[in-house]
Write a protein that binds this ligand. Sequence first.
Ligand SMILES: [Mg+2]
Length: 327
Amino acid sequence: MRESKFVGCVVGLAVGDALGYPAEFRSRAQLVREIGPDGITGFVALKDPRFSRPFFVGAGHPPGTYTDDTQMTIAVAESLLAANEAELDGLMTEMSARFVDWSKSETNNRAPGGACIEGCRKLARGIPWRESGVRESKGCGAAMRVAPIGLFYDDLEQVAEVARSSSLLTHGHPAALEGAAAAALMVALALKGVAPQEMFNEIDRCCSSHSNDFAKVWRMLPNLIDEPPERVLVEGVLGEGWVAEEAVASAMYCHWRHSNDFRQAVLTAINTDGDSDSIGTITGSVVGVYLGVDAIPAAWRQEVEDSDYLHELGRRLFRKRQGTAAT
Ligand SMILES: [Mg+2]
């Protein structure tokens, strides 16, 4: 258990998110045409003058700005730290309050997901956390924010259970719950040093029986690992990542192919047609924890928004886990 892995996870997910921000709602073809032959290869402002089509949000967002994915992940992490060893209900009550605060914050101007906003609206009205989520939504908004849960608990059953519960606040569809469980398990397993093939098997055992939608996409992965990203992520074999099972399977594909190269993994994740920032966030969290913070290019580590806070958040989660292990 090394501090560098916890910091790598938190900083890595924010880096993946920030790299992907300008790529969300833009196709790979557009990125290649307007930015360069490899698409995005570093932090680019949402309103970079090279983009032909203006964007409806993002005024004043410089290169390195992260999005709602990282904001909600921070809310999850701070809830885990604040709730301490509280029972599930206490933890989810804490998380609900932090989600509502985020939804009302003036920094919530980075293309947040509809179900996340709707769930927060219901939580703010006092609807209990088990009922506040949009029942039919399987958007990736729950999967994108659960990395800290994978860092927090040692027991894999508990990781999956808390991740599923955290989905319920905003997303109630079984595929959203299993997507969240899978994304948290990817982090928990990478923290234990589990290699991608075994990670795939473990998550399949834990999640596929609970959601046919999830199983269908997840089980395509072994046959796609040798196929190029242009076919898998751009021509949309795994979909565009807007829904949970597509986002986590896409991130798993990037990790599986490039588990020893953080830069290549996240650039593969974000130079896609679909929900680039969320695929980038999940990929950054898992490769970041697998390799540790030093595997993230130094410029990205330093230039990502709130770099100091994110590094410290990783260290706080590490200290918490050490403290738990000691008792
Ligand atoms: Mg986002």
